[in-house]
Design a protein around this ligand. Structure first.
Ligand SMILES: Cc1cc2nc3c(=O)[nH]c(=O)nc-3n(C[C@H](O)[C@H](O)[C@H](O)COP(=O)(O)OP(=O)(O)OC[C@H]3O[C@@H](n4cnc5c(N)ncnc54)[C@H](O)[C@@H]3O)c2cc1C
Length: 408
């Protein structure tokens, strides 16, 4: 673990907190706190920000994620705001022809025993936050950006920006794709730009052309580009994400973009799609990142979780859901090895590595398929038109049918 400048500090002056420290109060951090509380384990979430912002746009949550939200007590809040899309409708971005329609809604729920939801990311976060706030075993400390961490004498010490020092039995770093804690302790290197940028926005339903007022996930495919949109916020709004090839990385995260930026990238699109993409006044762009090397997920009494451990590309809509799965697995591991977090974290790493690796590979493959051009795109479209919808969706049973090891 990092030894400076904490070595010079009197760790005995640290506030000794019960249970586990969690650095980061995003989807992964809050879900972990809730999963631990379900196993009777106390935790303190240390969040860098003073208030949670309105960041993010839409998020799709497959049955492997909604099942967990249910277990964590976050589903009732979200159920009123999330939408259950009937289908995934795949269209050609150039001419708006329908390439295929695959079942979601009732089909997913009956096949996997949990629904497929689409929601505003803010609503997912609020659902977790309000469940965590009601839980006596969880403390949330805002404005505590974890700087230095030290694993020493059966405690883990974490220092905040103003020198405040706390300690817990273990520490889980859930500090997101740009994780500073990963770099210092777990390896993996600095994230690289993948050559693709995602532009995201949410607009009121009244601003969406009427032909697209459908409770479906729309997926538009074009050469080196795809666009996804779906209703969120109880149907009052629509979340849109467009992913393009890009030659340079924006030098900041979540860059505001205006209409002209998107218009320059949507020439050649069919009129209904161009029309939709011309409606939002503001977009935010995210460079898509990949780690040059796989970091460790466990080092002594510290562990890495969520995007900090595995920032998967969004072509399978599973990054946040992987953080939910991580949360349940790490909580179960800590409950199975009381007093031995290092062993628990090794077990967590062992259980998660193959799964997140498979999801990351499937996501990269989806990205390649989505962005095909020329004869390869024609072959993809031919195959999409031929495969039966149920057979196609059945190929993702391994993904959506996941349950925590040992559960029924
Ligand atoms: C374009 C796009 C589309 C996506 N679509 C989907 C989708 O449809 N479905 C899906 O499941 N996922 C999707 N994702 C991925 C999903 O948003 C992320 O995987 C998820 O938010 C990761 O959660 P996290 O808690 O690991 O990290 P984050 O949400 O990044 O949270 C990290 C938290 O840690 C805090 N923090 C940072 N540093 C520190 C520190 N030093 N100390 C304390 N706190 C700190 C931050 O302020 C933040 O609150 C998408 C991502 C992108 C880019």
């Amino acid at each position: 673990m990092t030894s400076e400048p904490l070595d010079q500090l009197e760790t005995r002056d640290a506030a000794a907190l019960d249970g586990v420290l969690i650095a980061g109060g995003g989807i992964g951090g809050l879900a972990t706190a809730l999963a631990l509380s379900k196993r009777g384990i106390a935790s303190t979430v240390l969040e860098r920000r003073w208030v949670f912002g309105d960041d993010g746009a839409g998020i799709q949550i497959g049955p492997n994620g909604t099942r967990i939200l249910e277990q964590l007590g976050a589903a009732p809040f979200l159920r009123a705001r999330a939408m259950t899309p009937d289908a995934l409708r795949v269209l050609d971005a150039a001419n708006a022809s329908e390439l295929a329609t695959f079942p979601l809604g009732r089909w997913m729920a009956s096949r996997h025993g949990a629904p497929y939801w689409v929601a505003h990311r803010r609503d997912v976060h609020s659902a977790l936050y309000s469940a965590a706030e009601r839980e006596p075993l969880i403390t949330i400390k805002m404005g505590f950006g974890v700087g230095v961490v030290r694993d020493k004498e059966k405690r883990v010490f974490a220092q905040g920006p103003d020198g405040e020092l706390v300690s817990g039995e273990a520490l889980i770093a859930a500090d997101g794709a740009w994780s500073a804690l990963r770099l210092r302790t777990f390896g993996g290197g600095l994230p690289n730009f993948t050559g693709k940028t995602a532009a995201r926005t949410v607009i009121p339903i009244d601003d969406v052309p009427e032909a697209l007022h459908r409770t479906e996930v729309h997926l538009w495919l074009g050469p080196d580009v795809h666009v996804v949109h779906y209703p969120v916020s109880s149907g009052h709004a629509v979340a849109i994400v467009a992913i393009f090839n890009d030659t340079r990385i924006a030098n900041d995260w979540s860059t505001p973009r205006d209409r002209s930026w998107i218009a320059a990238r949507t020439q050649g699109f069919a009129p209904p799609l161009r029309d939709l993409l011309a409606r939002p006044e503001q977009w935010r762009s995210w460079p898509l990142l990949a780690l040059p090397k796989r970091p460790k997920f466990a080092v002594g009494r510290t562990a890495l979780l969520g995007d900090a451990a595995h920032p998967v590309l969004p072509f399978l809509a599973q990054g946040g859901v992987m953080a939910l799965e991580d949360a349940v697995v790490i909580a179960n591991a800590l409950a199975a090895h009381p007093g031995d977090p290092a062993r628990a974290f090794k077990s967590y790493e062992k259980q998660r590595r193959a799964r997140v690796g498979r999801v990351a590979r499937a996501s990269r493959m989806n990205g390649r398929i989505y962005h095909l051009a020329g004869p390869l795109a024609a072959a993809r479209n031919y195959a999409l038109a031929r495969i039966t919808p149920e057979r196609f969706m059945g190929r993702f049973d391994w993904l959506y049918g996941w349950k925590p090891p040992g559960s029924a």
